[in-house]
Design a protein around this ligand. Sequence first.
Ligand code: DQA
Length: 146
Amino acid sequence: MPATLFILNGPNLNRLGTREPDTYGRTTLADIEAQCRATGARHGFDIVFRQSNSEGTLVDWIQEAGDVARGLILNPAAYTHTSVALHDAIRTAGIATVEVHLSNVFAREAFRHHSYVSPVALGVICGFGAKGYDLAIEALAHKIGA
Ligand code: DQA
């Protein structure tokens, strides 16, 4: 049975394509999902791809990922910089996690330089737009296999 990867996306990422295109590009979340499914399939992963604007829903899904998935790719969006709850959920789930950001958060406002997620992630990919999701799938394939 192929291993499952959860790819979870946080608040406002449902608006990709029209949201601040100078920062986030014109790629929609549906485009990113299609790209992840293709890349995941190449690496032998089943992909569960979801987005929520709600912190609690993301916590529920991280717990679910801990029960059924081999790896987690998470773009926590603004919750990156605020959420002890996401930090605790990942720590408790004990799942191999890659944090992804489309933009280079370190080249932006100071409040984006701190992440509550990074200390419980295997690694962080930021600044490469939608390609970062592919890089995260490759990183998990390398670390945990399919
Ligand atoms: C983001 C960066 C965050 O700082 C921001 O709040 C987002 C998107 C990114 O993908 O670049 O919503 O996670």
